[in-house]
Ligand binder design. Structure first.
Ligand SMILES: *Cc1c(COP(=O)(O)O)cnc(C)c1O
Ligand code: SF4
Length: 529
């Protein structure tokens, strides 16, 4: 379009956004102030650029941004500053006919740009504060490196031991006194840890201990790995372990029709202070014989409805590569098993475990039937360069990596902490999958629970503010996984229509529904029969 051709353009054919914008720009009733010469000159320059530049929208956008600003600041219309109304409308027309999607300059400047600005305001607090409120293992690298040097020296641990899973387990910290060697902790805590480890074991790999930041009272790594006296003092009525009423066969837990778990070991690289399988902590580590696994596999072989098997524990990666290879191979041989999962928190507690052999086993099995890796990371502080590297490698040999976090008091029960965790997971090849409300089942960690509503607010705050596939599903486990999300379906009016609430702004929008009557009528090509 040539802008000189006035006769061929109907400038009254502006869209509704342009019309609203022009009504605003040319509204004359309000009080006016004198416009600065700089602003007038700039507006004139942008008009000149807009007229002369072909196929560009940017000068026109700048012109109208300027005119909007002049109107807001001084109350002056374009005519007041000596710009020709016809030319201005012509530029609006030029914008709309230049833009591939036919976006008007009114739609862009008066509607879209303010929407983006408002959206950015919603995340400003997060952007400004996440490094302080929820530092990641990347943000804390220099401190963690110093911790590592100190710990390695105190434990007399070689680099080779540090870099191997066996070394991390061999040198694991299991008593209050050992912990006091590497961390300044009060005598009362040392005594309490000793009291707890008489009943529940403590085990912290030196690597995981190096993530604890000295001097932070409720450091989230400390809270997850070091038991306080509460753990014994809280011991109340002992609720039966999940397995007692959900285990149809040896090693197996099942309460759904098509998916079940094999609890292949009770071993873990670390014992979490809020573990739902707490009872296994008090036991000695066990590995089952092949015969035991065969009993579990036989159950799976005979139940042809099962399609998805989750190998868990304890921690599945506490098993040897050889054992895991055998389990994968056996499952891959069963025709009705279509997909598999392996559940492990070990890449977070001892990323050294993700060795080439294990990666090769995953690759082989994943090529036969999809293998998903399910892990548990609760804070950004647990995500270090080593952890990211482990998941980067895993992502190449599995069909998905999913995270199941537990909502924990003082650890991740905060909007900024949870946003940071979920965004960082995504950046480390992991999909946030579930967020569990910490269970009531075990009074031993009742003090770490968070009210359901706090978690609801946190999860709700993510909608519209971070990528949708970084938002986990919020659940309670109560004989199965039960969703706890807020409901944004506000009301149904008489016509069957809905009012939906936008979680990020509380704005309500009408949402006309498909009528049930229409839905049940014959459809599509059926009407030609
Ligand atoms: C969690 C769980 C599953 C898997 O549930 P999904 O919702 O498919 O992730 C299966 N069996 C048991 C016993 C479980 O606890
Ligand atoms: S890794 Fe899992 S099973 Fe092991 S102690 Fe932690 S929460 Fe429990």
């Amino acid at each position: 379009m040539e802008c000189g051709e006035q006769g061929s353009i109907d400038i009254n054919k502006l869209d509704k956004f342009d019309k609203i914008f022009f009504d605003f720009l040319y509204e004359t009733k309000i009080e006016k102030k004198e416009v600065s010469k700089i602003d007038i000159d700039e507006a004139k320059q942008w008009l000149e650029f807009s007229k002369t530049s072909n196929k560009l929208t940017k000068p026109i956008v700048e012109l109208f941004v300027k005119l909007k600003k002049i109107k807001e600041q001084y109350g002056a219309t374009p005519t007041d500053i000596g710009l020709d109304e016809y030319e201005i409308k012509l530029m609006a027309h030029k914008h709309k006919s230049t833009d591939e999607h036919g976006v008007s300059v009114g739609g862009r400047v008066f509607s879209a740009l303010p929407i983006v600005e408002n959206a950015n305001i919603r995340v400003q607090d997060y952007i400004n504060n996440h490094t302080k409120v929820a530092p990641s293992g990347f943000d804390l690298q220099s401190k963690m490196k110093k911790n590592r040097e100190k710990i390695q020296k105190k434990l007399n641990m070689s680099d080779e031991s540090w870099n191997s899973y066996a070394g991390q387990i061999k040198y694991a910290i299991t008593s209050g006194e050992q912990l006091a060697q590497i961390l300044e902790i009060p005598q009362k805590l040392i005594d309490d840890i000793q009291r707890v480890v008489g009943v529940f074991r403590m085990r912290i790999s030196p690597y995981y201990a190096s993530l604890i930041i000295p001097g932070v009272v409720n450091d989230p790594i400390l809270l997850q790995s070091v038991p306080t006296g509460d753990m014994i003092d809280n011991k109340g009525i002992n609720i039966e372990p999940v397995a007692s009423d959900h285990s149809p066969a040896r090693l197996i837990d099942q309460f759904y029709p098509r998916v079940l778990t094999i609890k292949a070991t009770n071993m873990c690289a670390m014992f979490c202070t809020y573990c739902l399988r707490l009872d296994h902590i008090s036991d000695k580590d066990w590995v089952s014989s092949k015969g035991t696994y065969e009993e579990a596999l036989d159950y799976i072989r005979q139940d042809t409805t099962v399609r998805d098997v989750l190998i868990t524990g304890g921690d599945a990666l506490a098993l040897s590569n050889k054992r895991l290879e055998y389990l994968f191979e056996e499952l891959d041989k069963i025709p009705h098993i279509k997909i598999k999962r392996i559940g492990s928190r070990i890449p977070v507690m001892t990323p050294q475990r993700i060795d080439d052999k294990f990666l090769e086993i995953c690759r082989k099995s994943n090529d036969i039937k999809p293998l998903r890796f399910v892990t548990q990371i609760n804070t950004a502080q647990e995500i270090t360069p080593e952890v990211k590297e482990a998941f980067r490698k895993l992502s190449g040999v599995t069909s998905a990596i999913l995270n199941q976090a537990v909502l924990l008091r003082g650890i991740n029960d905060d909007k900024i902490k949870m946003w940071k965790l979920c965004e960082l997971l995504q950046e480390c090849y992991i999909r946030p999958y579930y967020l569990f409300n910490c269970s009531f089942r075990n009074p031993e960690f009742g003090h770490m629970r968070v009210p359901i509503s706090v978690g609801r607010d946190i999860v709700e705050s993510m909608y519209g503010n971070i990528s949708g596939d970084a938002i986990p599903r919020y659940l309670a486990t109560a004989g199965g996984k039960i969703p706890l999300h807020k409901d944004n379906v506000k009301q149904i009016n008489e016509g069957g229509d809905y009012i939906l609430k936008k979680p990020w702004s509380d704005e309500e929008v009408p949402y006309p529904d498909m009528s049930m009557q229409e839905y049940n009528k014959s459809y599509g090509f059926e009407n030609y029969q």
